[in-house]
Design a protein around this ligand. Structure first.
Ligand SMILES: [Cu+2]
Length: 91
């Protein structure tokens, strides 16, 4: 669905929000939680090659340094859609 996927982070620099690639990947603290979301660390699909239809899904392979690969299905939402609620965080 895309030419490549890049890990990015957002940082406030001199009062301006800037997006930077994370070429080394996203650090995962042992036993910790990392959120990927707009305005923070995120994965960016670069060079989309397919149609992204709201309600559809996009398969994505996550590659971990020590834990191998995990394939997830990303839900396609409209631009500007709110992130899914996190009320069940910690359950
Ligand atoms: Cu980005």
């Amino acid at each position: 669905m895309a030419r490549t996927v890049e890990a990015h982070e957002m940082n406030m620099t001199d009062g301006v929000m800037r997006m930077r690639p994370m070429p080394g990947g996203i650090p995962l603290p042992p036993g910790g939680t990392v959120w990927l979301r707009p305005g923070g660390m995120h994965l960016m699909l670069v060079g989309p090659t397919g149609a992204f239809v709201p309600g559809g899904s996009v398969p994505l392979t996550l590659r971990f340094e020590r834990a191998g690969t995990v394939i997830v299905e990303l839900e396609v939402a409209s631009a500007g859609a709110r992130a899914p609620a996190t009320e069940h965080q910690g359950h």
